[in-house]
Design a binder for this molecule. Structure first.
Ligand code: PLP
Length: 458
């Protein structure tokens, strides 16, 4: 017997029309954009998979909450609603709003880090790493070995190797490790989840050495969904129960609400320790705003409180992650090489296998992104040599282990017909893959070059 199909637990009340260009028009547009997909106007894109950050669709409940936002500078009702939600849903009694996730990192890491400290974790996100390195501290990747293998199967590829973690702490000394950061799900590793067992084990190591454990929580609800689906003992638990249990092991959290908050902008910090909260308030007021708004409007906090509740419902998560699986399975059937298992928020195409005749320094994942846009109007993003940048000292290209094109799926935005269009687009590129040629950089900024670099065809 076939298992029951899934369907979105919502219907569409408002639509946003999309423009279609011809293939020739797209060829002109991408040439004018000097082969950098960030330079395209969004109206020239048919399906936008550049990111799942801030691109989700809000519900009618969220839009109504928005209308009732309280814009008071201090003690806003919308702040109190968000604080209540964070306490009840995630278990943090102290909460500071920030304008987005990296701002939360800025505030919390300002309180925690000093020069020459070490911050172990599972492949830190770029902005987290940026905030660590900006303070002349070091981000240490203690991921399990499977994390760097494109097709090695592991149900929880986001896990930390606890032996690596403990050996590292012992090697540099506890005093040099002010915090351990666990990213759930691990974005850098391909949207891969962390198991509850691993959360417990990491927490035990942290407790043993009295080091606070922080969760980078952008996709915490997707992580809880994978625990329910893949880990023994969690099948009968609700997402909200699993979320509560996960955060039970964290001392602090930072959140990019643009992901599992299903809002367009926002972030926050959750804390359990009052002293650390007091220290963070000083930085929050300095960098973000007063402690009851921190860079967010009252209406945005009101919509976020509802978004957090909706993002932790099983039916929503099941439809979202099933759509990503749907896309992944169709691409796999078409023979297209992918990172596996599929992540929670995106499918990653393996550009090394797709375009083996193009060397990394001719940017195969960038080529793939450009060709996919030309064929179908789909905009994805390169996660490869362009993003990896040059070594800050030698200025040599840093060639990463994996050369990927990320197809990030916005929340509640596209239908499976759009997924079919993406598959069709990649098939067009696949069929003539041998004739695709590499790119050369014309201009690049000294750091973060991927946003603004320009390219020419070789
Ligand atoms: C997006 C993201 C951030 C940064 O959040 P912003 O809201 O973009 O500033 C931090 N960590 C992870 C894992 C993310 O995905």
């Amino acid at each position: 017997m076939k298992s029951m199909p899934y369907a979105e637990p919502w219907r569409i009340k408002m639509i946003e029309p999309l423009k279609t260009l011809s293939r020739d028009e797209r060829m002109q547009k991408i040439e004018n954009a000097e082969y950098n997909l960030f330079n395209l106007k969004s109206e020239d894109v048919f399906i936008d998979l550049l990111t799942d950050s801030g691109t989700g669709a809000m519900s009618d409940r969220q839009w109504s909450a928005l209308m009732q936002g309280d814009e008071s500078y201090a003690g806003s009702r919308s702040f109190l609603a968000l604080k209540e939600t964070v306490k009840n849903l995630l278990g943090f009694p102290f909460m500071l709003p920030t304008h987005q996730g990296r701002a939360a990192e800025n505030v919390l890491l300002s309180a925690l880090l000093k020069e020459d400290d070490y911050v172990p974790g599972n492949a830190h996100f770029d902005t987290t790493k940026g905030h660590i390195e900006f303070r002349k501290a070091h981000a240490i990747d203690c991921s399990i070995d499977e994390a760097g293998e494109v097709r090695a199967y592991h149900p929880f590829k986001g896990n930390i190797d606890c032996k690596k973690l403990e050996d590292f702490i012992v090697k540099v000394g506890v005093n040099k490790v002010p915090v351990v950061i666990l990213t759930v799900t691990c974005n850098t590793g391909g949207g891969q989840p962390v198991s509850m067992q691993n959360i417990k084990d990491v927490s035990a190591v942290c407790k043993k050495y009295n080091i606070p454990l922080m969760f980078d929580s952008a996709r915490f609800a997707e992580n809880a969904y994978f625990i329910k689906q893949r880990e023994d003992g969690y099948q009968d638990k609700t997402i909200k129960e699993i979320v509560k249990e996960m955060f039970n092991y964290a001392d602090a959290m930072t959140m990019s609400s643009k992901k599992d908050g299903i809002v367009n902008i926002g972030g926050f910090i959750g804390l359990k320790d009052e002293n650390l909260y007091r220290e963070c308030t000083v930085f929050n007021i300095m960098f973000e705003g007063f402690i009851t708004y921190g860079g967010m409007s009252g209406r945005d906090m009101a919509a976020l409180a509802v978004g957090l509740d909706e993002a932790t419902e099983f039916d929503y998560l099941h439809a979202r992650i099933s759509q990503i699986e749907y896309l992944g399975n169709k691409l796999k059937e078409a023979g297209i090489p992918l990172l596996e298992p599929f992540g929670g928020h995106a499918i990653y195409v393996d550009a090394k296998d797709f375009l083996p005749h193009i060397p990394p320094t001719q940017y195969p994942a960038q080529v793939l992104g450009v060709e996919l846009y030309i064929e179908s109007g789909v905009r994805a993003v390169e996660i490869g040599t362009v993003l990896a940048d040059r070594d800050p000292v030698t200025r040599e290209e840093r060639v990463p282990k994996m050369e990927l094109l990320r197809l990030a799926i916005p929340r509640r935005v596209y239908t499976n017909n759009h997924m079919d269009m993406i598959v069709w687009g990649l098939q067009q590129v696949w069929e003539n893959r041998k004739s695709r040629t590499g790119l050369r950089i014309k201009y690049e900024a000294p750091i973060m070059r991927h946003f603004t670099a320009t390219f020419e065809k070789i």
